[in-house]
Design a protein around this ligand. Sequence first.
Ligand SMILES: C[S@@+](CC[C@H](N)C(=O)[O-])C[C@H]1O[C@@H](n2cnc3c(N)ncnc32)[C@H](O)[C@@H]1O
Length: 251
Amino acid sequence: MKPYYPALIGLLKSTQPEGGNLLEIGCGEGAFLVYAKQNGLRFSGYDIHEHAGLDGGRASRLHHRLTRAGIPSEDARFVGSEEPIPRDTASVDGALSIQVLEHVADLGQLFREIQRVLKPGGTAIHYFPTRRILIDPHSGVPFCHWSQTWRRRLLRVGAFLGKYPAYRKTRGYSHGQFVEEFDRYLERMVHYRSLAEIVELSKACGLSTQLTCLLPARFGAHLHSVCQFFTSVVLIQRKSVCAAGSRLCAA
Ligand SMILES: C[S@@+](CC[C@H](N)C(=O)[O-])C[C@H]1O[C@@H](n2cnc3c(N)ncnc32)[C@H](O)[C@@H]1O
C-alpha cells in the first residue's frame, strides 16, 4: 500500500456515488484495485501494453493479485496505447489515475476519451507530479528532469541520493547502468507538464477542472501550487451534466 492511498479513498468517497461504476486508468499491477476493494470501493481497471518495464509477467501478476483478493480477473485488462478507453460512452461514474498522467504521451487523446466515457456529472481524479517537482520520483534524483542538457550529469552526481543504492542492492545495477536506464526512461517515458498546460488541455476537452493536494481540505484547496514542488498534486475533472445528449439540457 502506498502512503497516499487512504487520502485518495477519502477523496473518492466524497466525490463518487455509492455503488458507482468506477474505473482506474493505468492500474499497473492492481495494488490500488485491491486496496479500494478492501475499503469498500469496487473499481475495474485497464492499462496499456507498451509502457516501459512491461514484461510478460505483468499481466499474470495483475490477474494473480486480483484473483487472490477475490476480484474477477476480467475486471482489469491491457489495451494498445492508441486504442480508446475500453468502456462504452457515458458509462463510467468516476475515474482515477495514480502516477499516470506524466507518462501519457498524448494527454489530449486521454482527456477526450475520459470526456467520452464519463456519465454527465461524472468525475475523474488524477494524482500526478508536475514539471515543478524538485525530486524526480522515478529516479529519486533531485532536479535531473529539469534540464535535458544536464540530465545525465545530474543523474550521475545525484544517483546516491536517489534510488541507486536500492537498485544496486535489489537488481545488481552498476552506477553507469542506473544513469543509462533513467536517462533513457526520462527521455522516452516521462512527459512532465506544468499545471497551467494540464488545466488548459482539460478545459479544451470539455472537462471542468479543480486542483488540490492531499492535505486536509482547508489547506489542500489552496496549496497545490506550493505542494507541486514536493509531492504529486490532484486534478479533479468533471463532465458537465449538460453534456451533449443529456436530457437535462434539452430545454
Ligand atoms: C508509474 S506507473 C503507475 C501504475 C499504477 N497506477 C500505480 O500507481 O502503481 C504508470 C502507469 O501508467 C500507464 N500508462 C502510460 N500511458 C498510459 C495511457 N495512455 N493510458 C493508460 N495508462 C497509461 C503505464 O502503463 C503504467 O502502468
